[in-house]
Design a protein around this ligand. Structure first.
Ligand code: GLN
Length: 384
């Protein structure tokens, strides 16, 4: 039979997250793979969604986002980062940050453009860059602390560089880029006239000792940064898929052209509910951090106790762990063994690297789960 697939999709494998989730389910393993909480976000936000449905917010939304949500996004940016954003011209609501990544890639990358990514890299940056005709240029976040070497970053920039993806806090490493690191990125973006696509979906998951810095607020970055974020992680509602892109008006025009001819608009009642979520008091965000920080510490101890070598992430709800004490296993094999024999699912890291073998000794563990889930996983892992 004829192969109907366009050349641009032929090289892509199924998502590692879906693959591991399916395998976990088939073996009734505790799923610490794909990053989604096994608890719901705040009751009042779920009620706000129900109220929005009852109130008749059920037809197409304004295509660039409901005004009430764009105002809440602007208020949130001002409250947490002192960032002044015009909700009318500088914000677009997306179906999760994933759509924002797609729109950014297709709105700004020309065939042949080089696009810098930090490696390990969240999986979808690569296919999006490639489908747009871009050439990914990796900059390594080095073990054990997963930070970049400033000289290597500088060497990655060239007159052919069009854009850089900056994911902070970073998935899968949990690295929170320090202000000085972001200042260097900002300096290079300006020197080489490069666009920054800042994926900040874990902005509220930053633990003691670290601080999230919004790249767009650094000097000279406002006009060359697309800030992507979403509600999924901050409000434990990953299935609602409400995200947003903040960017100056000329960039918005391009983003909105991509959005209008793909998803067109994101679900209306959820937009109204997330508008309330973004206005939750500071307590809400502080409690979320405290809870996740305790879970991070618990998971680190658990992993260390069973012979894995976890990193100590300052942000996100992931941690990487090295499997160096299991010398005969490679990460994919190890993850499959763990699901089948131990009953716990992790993500093997090869898909996060351009050369998959570079991730062969690493697995990613998600700790965004209820205490009873983490404790049950710890019990099973003790058999390792
Ligand atoms: N962000 C989620 C993770 O890293 C995955 C989302 C997805 O499946 N694309 O686990």
């Amino acid at each position: 039979m004829r192969d109907w697939r366009a050349a641009r999709v032929r090289g892509f494998a199924p998502s590692i997250f879906a693959e591991i989730s399916a395998l976990a389910q088939a073996h009734q393993a505790i799923n610490l793979g794909q990053g989604f909480p096994d608890f719901d976000g705040p009751l009042e936000i779920k009620q706000a969604a129900q109220a929005a449905i009852q109130a008749g917010h059920n037809q197409y939304a304004v295509f660039e986002g409901e005004p009430v949500l764009r105002q809440a996004i602007a208020a949130h940016a001002l409250r947490f980062y002192g960032q002044l954003v015009d909700p009318t011209t500088e914000i677009m609501v997306t179906s999760g940050a994933s759509e924002g990544i797609w729109c950014s890639a297709f709105a700004f990358i020309e065939p042949g453009d080089e696009v810098i990514v930090f490696e390990p890299v969240f999986d979808c940056y690569l296919p999006n860059t490639l489908m747009a005709g871009g050439i990914p240029v990796p900059v390594t976040l080095h073990t054990p602390h997963f930070r970049f070497d400033p000289d290597e970053l500088r060497a990655a920039f060239s007159p052919r560089t069009r854009a850089i993806f900056v994911n902070t806090p970073h998935n899968p490493t949990g690295t929170v880029f320090a202000r000085e690191e972001l200042l260097l990125i900002a300096e290079l973006c300006q020197e080489y006239d490069v666009l920054a696509i800042a994926d900040e979906v874990y902005e509220h998951l930053v633990y003691e000792g670290a601080r999230h810095v919004r790249l767009a607020t650094l000097p000279g970055m406002r006009e060359r940064t697309v800030t992507l974020s979403s509600s999924g992680k901050s409000f434990s509602l990953t299935g609602w898929k409400i995200g947003w892109a903040i960017a100056p008006a000329p960039l918005q025009v391009a983003l909105r052209r991509m959005h209008q001819f793909t998803v067109f608009e994101s679900t209306t009642p959820m937009q109204h509910a997330i508008a309330s979520a973004l206005r939750l008091p500071d307590d809400y965000f502080q409690n979320l951090i405290a809870e996740y920080q305790a879970k991070r510490d618990f998971m680190r101890e658990t992993l260390t106790g069973c012979g894995l070598h976890p990193a100590n992430p300052a942000g996100s709800y992931f941690m990487l762990a090295s499997i160096e004490e299991f010398p005969h296993a490679e990460a994919v094999e190890f993850a499959h063994f763990l699901i089948r024999e131990i009953g716990v699912a992790f993500i093997p890291c090869p898909p996060f690297y351009l050369q998959p073998e570079r991730g062969a000794r690493l697995v990613r563990v998600a700790f965004c789960k209820r205490w009873e889930t983490l404790e049950a996983a710890a019990e099973r892992l003790a058999r390792l």
